[in-house]
Structure formats: structure tokens, C-alpha cells
Design a protein around this ligand. Sequence first.
Ligand SMILES: Nc1ncnc2c1ncn2[C@@H]1O[C@H](COP(=O)(O)OP(=O)(O)O)[C@@H](O)[C@H]1O
Ligand SMILES: [Mg+2]
Length: 190
Amino acid sequence: MLAEAQRLERLVSDLMDLARLGAQDFPLDLVPIDLVDLVRRASDVWRDRCARESVELRLELPGSPVTVTTDPTRVRQILDGLAENALRVTPSGQPLVFALTAAPAGVVLQVRDGGPGLTDADVAVAFERSALYDRYRGERRVGTGIGLALVDGLTRRLGGHAEAGPAPEGGAAFTIRLPREPSYEARTLR
Ligand SMILES: Nc1ncnc2c1ncn2[C@@H]1O[C@H](COP(=O)(O)OP(=O)(O)O)[C@@H](O)[C@H]1O
Ligand SMILES: [Mg+2]
């Protein structure tokens, strides 16, 4: 009962975020943060969740801080949404990976898994609301079908770009590219 109430609460807040993103009514709280630290903090929570499913969470992080100006709550929402999806389909014994790399123009955050992966047709529609959810609802464990559309909308709002593809671990890789600083448009949109 509690799980169902939490699921509904989450569904409503995800839908509201998605609607506000579509209506360009989505203020950001931009601050300079170290993404290495953000990923480490997230991994403290996800390592336990993974361990309960006998999935090993691996981190691939640079040795020095990666400072960007962004909205940390929204980056965490993106990472959590991708990790939730990946863990749900990853069989025990397979890995889940959080990887962060820094480039001069921006940063790349990846969530990769050793799950069933995505077909080329899946990749083409991955960020359309309910597309993969509808395709897999009888076949894989699914949630509410909003997560990836929200990941894409949030990433764009932060001035970045989201991509889906294959992972070297055998499953799916979701790649989030973020700028070091959001553009003028991203900063001034209210
Ligand atoms: N890492 C992944 N590997 C395989 N399938 C995935 C992965 N991430 C998402 N999917 C598929 O995409 C669907 C849609 O994801 P999402 O939009 O987050 O909705 P939800 O998680 O609520 O089902 C999932 O139900 C699942 O079938
Ligand atoms: Mg989801």
C-alpha cells in the first residue's frame, strides 16, 4: 500500500515536471558543483539498492574534481531516473556503471548496464513519452512511462543532450552531455 502511494506521488510529480518543462516554466537553481562528488553521493544510495539485487555498482570517475555550473537537484533526478531503469532490468551478477568524463567543452555522464539492452528501433524512440514503456510493458518490468521523457527534458533544460545506445557491459548505455555552464537562454528562462 505504501509502495503504491509512493508510486502515485512520484507519477504526479514527474508529470508536473514534464508539463512545466513543456510550458517553459521551469526555473533552475544554478550553482557551481563538483560532479564527481554528486556521483559519489548518488552511488552511496545506489550501491545498497544494487547489492540487494546482487548487482555490482561500478564507478568510473576522474581523479580530480569536475566543476560545472548547473542545477544539482536536476542532475541527480536525471541520474536517479536512469539508474532506476537500469537496475530494474539488470539480472543479478551483471554490472551497473556510473561513468563521468570531463572534456574541455563539457562533461559526459553515463549510466550503463548489463541488462537486455535496446534495439536500434528502441534507441530511435527512447525519449518519446511512453514509447518503450508501451513496447515492453508485458515483457519487462516497467514503471509509469514518463522517466526517459523527463530525463531528456531536464537534460535539454540544463543546456545538454541525452543519447541512448549499446553498452560494452552488454546492455544499454544512456549518455548525458552537459555544458560547463548553461547558455544565456538556459540561464534566463523562467
Ligand atoms: N537501461 C535500460 N535497459 C533496457 N530497457 C530500458 C532501460 N531503460 C529504460 N528501458 C525501457 O524503457 C521503458 C521506459 O522507461 P521510462 O521512460 O523511464 O519509463 P518507466 O521506467 O516508468 O517504465 C522502460 O519501461 C524499459 O522497458
Ligand atoms: Mg523509468
